[in-house]
Design a binder for this molecule. Structure first.
Ligand SMILES: Nc1nc2c(ncn2[C@@H]2O[C@H](COP(=O)(O)OP(=O)(O)OP(=O)(O)O)[C@@H](O)[C@H]2O)c(=O)[nH]1
Length: 217
């Protein structure tokens, strides 16, 4: 993976493809950190709320070179993270010309917020776009002090099973977990996002099969 600010074009006679991946979720759930670790290799220790940022990186996918346009969004709201493991709702997106809509990625810090807040937004604005739900900050599951504080509030870190269950409820394509801080599973998330976005584009380009049956309108 290399960081690269170039735009799509022809390289060695082959056209480079572009994907647009958008990440959404509550403020502080770890969106910027995930994108920065992936695209630049840096983990930002200090929290600075994002407004809107775009990172560009290039990934090799088989023999193809794909440009990933990664859009960071403002979580806003200052919602507190109820569980130490933030569950992220990710939606992921499609290839783009500059005018096409996204293949986005959403992140979400609480299972209920993924269901109640972010997914309806994504479903409305990016219907049909591949979606990945992400559980961030998995390292905090092992943080005894955090876990103790949570327990005092009658809470526990979100489990993998809860994440999977939320994925089913919101009909996301996949649930993945990561720790940006320790660079665990970060590459896997974007590899899956790339794979599913490309598959989504392929599907969209295929001519619709005629079923021969009547459609109800
Ligand atoms: N322990 C731990 N902390 C993390 C991890 N990822 C992010 N953080 C911390 O969580 C805080 C918020 O991270 P950001 O990446 O800025 O969160 P964000 O979702 O972009 O926040 P907004 O810009 O407000 O939407 C920062 O203090 C990060 O250092 C992680 O994997 N593990």
């Amino acid at each position: 993976m290399t960081h690269n600010g170039s735009v799509a074009g022809h390289s060695s006679g082959r056209r480079r493809e572009e994907l647009k991946i958008v990440i959404v979720g509550d403020g502080g759930c770890g969106k910027t950190s995930l994108l920065m670790v992936y695209s630049k290799g840096d983990f930002p220790e200090k929290y600075a709320p994002s407004v809107f940022e775009k990172y560009i990186t290039t990934v090799k996918y088989g023999s193809r070179e794909i440009i990933l346009n990664l859009y960071d969004t403002a979580g806003g709201g200052g919602r507190t993270i109820g569980g130490e493991v933030t569950v992220s709702l990710v939606e992921k997106l499609v290839a783009q010309s500059s005018s096409t809509p996204s293949h986005s990625v959403l992140l979400q810090p609480a299972v209920s917020a993924a269901e109640d807040v972010w997914y309806p937004e994504v479903n409305h604005f990016c219907r049909g776009v591949p979606t990945i739900l992400i559980g961030c900050k998995t390292d905090l599951r092992k943080d005894k002090e955090r876990t103790r504080k949570l327990r005092a509030l009658g809470q526990t870190p979100i489990t993998y099973i809860q994440g999977e269950e939320t994925k089913r409820q919101i009909n996301a394509d996949l649930y993945l977990e990561c720790s940006a801080k320790y660079r665990e599973n970060v590459e896997d998330i974007f590899r899956e996002a790339t794979k599913r976005a490309l598959a989504g584009i392929r599907r969209a380009r295929q001519p619709r099969k005629r079923s021969g049956s009547c459609a109800l309108l």
